[in-house]
Design a protein around this ligand. Structure first.
Ligand code: FRU
Length: 498
């Protein structure tokens, strides 16, 4: 049965969504049908197709009572719109259906697990959430909330666990049929923890253990966890709130953290060995993964930063987009991330320039555009050092987005100061890259409203939203000193856009 609230959202998006011209959206990054999107949810394979739900407020371009929007795809690049899947229409989720996960059940149905939020006034008059975990089951389009809801409440928390911050279940099913869910929580010292729950059927849950806790070291509340084996290690992803900056690794505010370690379910549990940021750019949060049928661990995320959600184009009718899905691997204790190979099917003809000497500004024939996949490899000329190397994209006389490499400092900087955002927000981010004798490889993915940079075959990634007018499509290269570069560039071509 479709509730009144869900029907209203479906009618609203069906009426107004089609009014947004395709050219005003990214070409291949997922956006909400209409209104607001934040975290990706329920990223899962169902009946051979990829399903992606998202935190959704269709009625405005601001965060509001959370619904689940819904998309599906065969290749993770082109997304088909489906009607909204969940609306806040029960007592236990009256203030929102927050983030969660999804899994295909053995009987062919699709199970969604999400956080139901009830906002209540505490005895001091302060408004506070009560967060519980809930389930809905459906057929890939329509979902019914189950009568058992909520399936996890405050009484299922470890001692001291907060019922105000208990959210974002990421669910998976193991080969022996057992279900697990990793859920974010706040502990008695105010810091974050990731709890692991177990279930025989995806509906009846019990606490297995605390997977890890941040002890106020990496932020406070840890949101949107994920936990999976990869290349002989176990990886725990979380999105901490209230991070303190740590060198160029972590910036203040909402961040992302990847913990790599070993997992012994019968013994010590998860023992972390390595800690790193997931994305070093300006806009990336709440990543979630799935396992593809060919065994790849694929991650998607919200390409946005909570601190800058006010910085949006005047009168925009959609806000929020996902990052390009990334294939993950672990090498030498680091998370390696590269765009999914499916993107390559959309490459047009190759434009290749090899061993181009750069000193001062260089423009190359055939190298411009706003929807493209370009790899630039830079190296010194003999023993001669260059001081810096700069690539400027989305450029006209007024605009530019800059990617700058400083081999002496071993830093890459993303600068979107002049990228169509007339707002006084953070526009630059620098991060450390391992020194490789002045050599660097930068893969740049541009869509109409974003820049994603993958450094040295995915050793680091950095994402940023831009709103530069589309006519600004020039690209230039410049070195302080002299360097040699190779450029391999493909337009990304999408016929018959929605
Ligand atoms: C992540 C998040 C989640 C929560 C949802 C609310 O950005 O804050 O923790 O479930 O968004 O929309």
């Amino acid at each position: 049965m479709t509730s009144e609230a869900l029907q209203k959202a479906r009618d609203f998006e069906a009426q107004y969504g089609p009014h947004i011209p395709a050219g005003e959206r990214p070409a291949f990054h997922a956006t909400p049908t209409i209104g607001w999107m934040n975290a990706p949810n329920g990223f899962s394979l169902y009946k051979g197709e990829y399903h992606l739900f998202y935190q959704y407020h269709p009625y405005s371009n601001e965060w509001g009572p959370m619904h689940w929007g819904h998309l599906k795809s065969r290749d993770l690049i082109r997304w088909e719109r489906l009607p909204a899947a969940l609306a806040p229409d029960q007592e236990y989720d009256a203030s929102g259906c927050f983030s969660g996960g999804a899994v295909e059940l053995p009987d062919g149905r699709h199970l969604l697990m999400y956080t139901g939020v009830q906002r209540r006034r505490d005895p001091d008059g302060f408004l506070q959430d009560v967060q519980t975990q809930c389930a809905a089951i459906g057929d890939g389009v329509d979902y019914e909330k189950i009568s058992l809801n909520p399936v996890l409440t405050g009484k299922d928390l470890p001692a001291g666990g907060s019922t105000v911050d208990f959210r974002d279940p990421k669910i998976w099913r193991e080969e022996d049929g057992t279900y697990f869910a990793a859920i974010g929580n706040r502990t008695e010292d105010g810091s974050g923890a990731i709890l692991l729950y177990r279930s025989p059927d995806g509906l009846h849950w019990e606490l297995e253990r605390t997977l890890d806790r941040c002890g106020n070291q990496y932020g406070k509340m840890w949101e949107c966890p994920d936990f999976f084996p990869l290349d002989g290690k176990h990886v725990l992803l979380a999105s901490p709130q209230e991070m303190s900056p740590v060198g160029l690794e972590f910036h203040a505010g909402n961040g992302t953290v990847c913990l790599i370690g070993d997992y012994d379910p019968a013994g010590k549990g998860f023992v972390r060995q390595y800690v790193q940021a997931i994305d070093y750019g300006l806009d990336f949060y709440a990543p979630q993964t799935l396992l593809s049928s060919d065994g790849r661990r694929i991650m998607i995320a919200w390409m946005q930063n909570w601190a800058t959600v006010g910085a949006k184009p005047y009168h925009c009718r959609w806000f929020g987009q996902t990052a390009v899905p990334r294939e993950l691997s672990v090498k030498d204790g680091r998370l390696i991330q590269n765009p999914v190979r499916e993107l390559e099917a959309y490459r047009g003809p190759c434009v290749m320039h090899r061993s181009i000497p750069v000193s001062g500004e260089v423009n190359l024939p055939g190298v411009q555009g706003r929807t493209l996949d370009m790899t630039v490899t830079v190296r010194p000329i003999g023993n001669e050092r260059y001081r810096w190397f700069r690539i400027r994209v989305a450029k006209d006389g007024e605009h530019e987005t800059i990617i700058r490499y400083r081999p002496d400092q071993g830093t890459v900087k993303i600068d979107r100061t002049r990228s169509g955002l007339p707002h006084d927000i953070v526009h630059t981010r620098s991060f450390l890259v391992p020194c490789k004798e002045g050599e660097i490889k930068l893969r740049i993915i541009l869509d109409r409203f974003s820049l994603e940079v993958f450094v040295n075959d995915g050793e680091q990634a950095a994402s940023a939203v831009i709103y530069t007018r589309q006519e600004a499509d020039a690209i230039s290269f410049e070195a302080g000193g002299s360097a040699l570069m190779d450029v391999e560039k493909y337009d990304l071509v999408f016929d018959g856009e929605e």
